[in-house]
Design a protein around this ligand. Sequence first.
Ligand code: NAD
Length: 495
Amino acid sequence: MHAWDELYIGGTWVPSTGPGRIEVENPATERTVGRVPDGTPADMERAVDAARDAFDTGPWPRMTPDDRAAALEDMADALTARAGELAVTITMETGLPITIVELAHARPAIAALRHYARLVRTTAFEEDRPGARSPFRLRRLPSGVVAAIVPWNIPVLGACAKIGPALAAGCAVVLKPSPETPLSAFLLAEAAHEARLPPGVLNLVPGGREAGAALVAHPGVDKVTFTGSTAVGKRIAAVCAERMKRYSLELGGNAATIVLDDAPAERVAAGAVAMGLINNNGEACIVQGRILVPRAREKELAGAIAAAAGAIPVGDPADPRTLLGPMITRTHRDRVLGYVASGIAEGAELVHGGRVPAGFDRGWYVEPTVFTGVHNGMRIAREEIFGPVLTVIPYDGEEEAVAIANDTEYGLSGSVWAADPERAAAVGTRIRAGSIFVNGTLRLDADAPFGGFKESGIGREGGPEALAEYLEPQVMFLPAGEGRAPGPALSGDLT
Ligand code: NAD
């Protein structure tokens, strides 16, 4: 049992103001494996006050970028020392296979902290510019107190993608993990404590919707960085607008893979499985779920994808051979099975899976599932399923393929396959989405700005673009030339 009885606020462990506890279930065993305090709005208030103090009067925003970088590296070292425990904890609370967690969660999360430590050392926080009429100094100042809210499918990676650039910029953070997966966040807080981040620079309060809403609405918060559903993201944007708080939103996706006429079937099938079915159990915003295929090749490609889906090792996420584990909760498993039922009801042809796998009477498992004969108006094509379900959609001609790919309110990512990668890349430029993967190169890179077009979000995580999300430009006009009196600056001529 992994239990933490206290919250991390102001650099120390403190009891919650409320009696509530979050019981964490392992989705593979249905057993309770952890318990943490259920943060209250009053706890959020305390955490924001601590972050406010750290930002307004503490050393962090005033330290040199080099010193902040060194502290971030210490935090990354402290997490590296816990890397094994981190991966096991994430697997236990999410049901994601340990092999995937080590490669795609624990390592890149730690790498993100190191990346921002490096980046901040080389970022110009102050530069003198000649100006159009007279010189000025441009300064980049930290945005202030940041509320960081993360979902259950990327508990630590999502948190580090926010903490890294926010702390590097000089902000103070209140982190709210998802109630399904709060345990791994406590390892982050322990690492911050061990790295001796100044008190209040990173605060941790787990909780649900009410705690999250209290955090977003708190007047002491300057910026909200949120990863989660588009519905909640829209609500957060509306609340932020009241006080003109800054926000960045990483929201849902419904990506299409365009398979061009000469793409090799076997590679496409292997790619479809990797980028859809075993991509974070299908519970990922970048799942490439809609596979658009030339009508003449529909049968061949759907057959190849179904065969590859049948070879996926489904099982205990703690077993390193497993590549597909259970859904996060019973409710979510039932939701995914509901999508399968809707696909059948709307006339799509189920070519693989679609049920709870035989022999799995514990845990929230769903078979890897492939539909063909899908058209883009069906619910299984229109909505984000967030599970191991692929929909094969036939198209007639490249124009129609691009139109179908873009016929969604989302715009997070997309893929194209062709014999010639440059031909695929040319088609990829026509997809209205933030990340395009050519011939199966599903990758996230700490230096590549990741984020959505359309209703997939606003802002970017990764690269210098993410650092800029936590900085406010300030222009300082200095008196021109030596000896000039710093009198009233405006001469009336502002052109
Ligand atoms: P969710 O929106 O239900 O919850 C996300 C987080 O917001 C949780 O911590 C939750 O407690 C909190 N929350 C809920 N209501 C809130 C409110 N009113 N105010 C403040 N906080 C609130 O999403 P989820 O089900 O946990 O995650 C799945 C969704 O996240 C999917 O839509 C997925 O596509 C998206 N996602 C996007 C990205 C990306 O980078 N674009 C990455 C991962 C997940």
